[in-house]
Structures are given as C-alpha cells and as structure tokens.
Ligand binder design. Structure first.
Ligand code: PNS
Length: 171
C-alpha cells in the first residue's frame, strides 16, 4: 500500500488542484490531501475547516483520497501518514524554481520520501487560487475554475464585486 500526500494551502481548492488529486489517486493506493492550517507568510481567506470542506465535496467520488489538516513540516505530515511520496503540481516555470528548492529542502530532511511532480493539464494550467480570488473580488465569474461550493461561497462573499473586503457573513 503506497501512500502519497498532496500538501498545500488550498485557499481555495481549484479545478487545477482537483486535476492533480484525480491523477495522483490513479497512481497511488492512497492520497492524503494535506491542508496547511497556517500557511507561512500569508493569511488565508478561508478557514482550515472551510478549505477542507470544499476539498471533501470536490473529491467525494474518489474513495482512496483523504483530507487532513496539518500544522507541522510537510515531511513530518508525510511520516504521520506513513507516506512514501509527496505530490506537487507544476504549471509554469516559475513554479519550478520554488518547488525545486522545496524539493531539495525536503530531501535533506527526509531522503527516503520522494517528491513526484504532476504537470498541470493544459485546460487548467492557468488556474491559481490567487487568480480566482482576484476575479471573484471584482465580480468575475469563476464557475469554470473552481468546484461549485467554492464559486457559490465566493459569490456570497463578493456580491457586488467590490474588489475589496469580502462580506464575511453573507447569507
Ligand atoms: O503553495 P502552497 O499551496 O501555499 O504550499 C504550501 C506548502 C506547505 C505545500 C509549501 O509551503 C511547502 O511545500 N512547504 C515546505 C516547507 C514546510 O514543510 N513548511 C511547513 C508548512 S508551511
């Protein structure tokens, strides 16, 4: 039984992430999506519980995928789940530079855990969580970029596309 973790902020999950999860789930026996509770150097728009709920709903048809929150190093999270691999998605070359560094650091900390890179499918290679949030904040339509529950929540938060602070308690 080979387990892989797929760590990230998922703030929020996009169809780019879902594509990576689906493809990883075909390679590994079990995939654990790891939602980092407090991403380093950035304050998430969504709570960890919301980010987890969005992912769970988006991958409910995949029975070998689990979702968990973590607050430790990625390699420690991998050990907690007895994972042999870390899955990362790659879109553009600028992703590569950062992920190459992360890969080297993680290899230094845990040489027995391999990082496996999944190249974005062309139809979602331009999708990013930050891009989605920006479009939603200005009232743009993100329904083709993110799972339904995420699009619905963003529409509640930015009913008029204010381009600024979200409505935190929209109905
Ligand atoms: O690009 P993301 O989705 O914000 O990535 C988050 C994460 C945790 C996958 C990325 O920061 C990473 O690979 N970090 C490795 C270093 C580490 O273990 N940090 C602890 C958690 S922030």
């Amino acid at each position: 039984m080979i387990t892989a973790i797929y760590p990230g902020s998922f703030d929020p999950v996009t169809f780019g992430h879902v594509d990576v999860i689906q493809r990883a789930a075909r390679i590994f026996d079990r995939v654990v999506v790891g939602v980092v509770r407090e991403p380093h150097h950035k304050t998430p728009m969504f709570t960890a519980d919301e980010r987890v709920a969005f992912i769970r709903e988006a991958i409910s048809d995949l029975d070998n995928v689990e979702v968990d929150v973590f607050a430790e190093l990625v390699v420690e999270f991998a050990r907690r789940w007895d994972a042999r691999a870390i899955v990362k998605g790659l879109r553009v070359t600028s992703d590569f530079e950062w992920e190459f560094q992360m890969n080297q650091l993680n290899r230094h900390l845990a040489p027995d855990i391999e990082t496996v890179f999944v190249m974005a499918s062309p139809q979602v290679s331009f999708v990013s969580s930050s891009g989605v949030k920006e479009i939603a904040a200005f009232g743009g339509n993100v329904e083709e970029l993110v799972p339904h529950a995420v699009a619905r929540r963003l529409k509640e938060m930015f009913p008029n596309g204010r381009g600024g602070a979200p409505v935190s308690d929209a109905e």
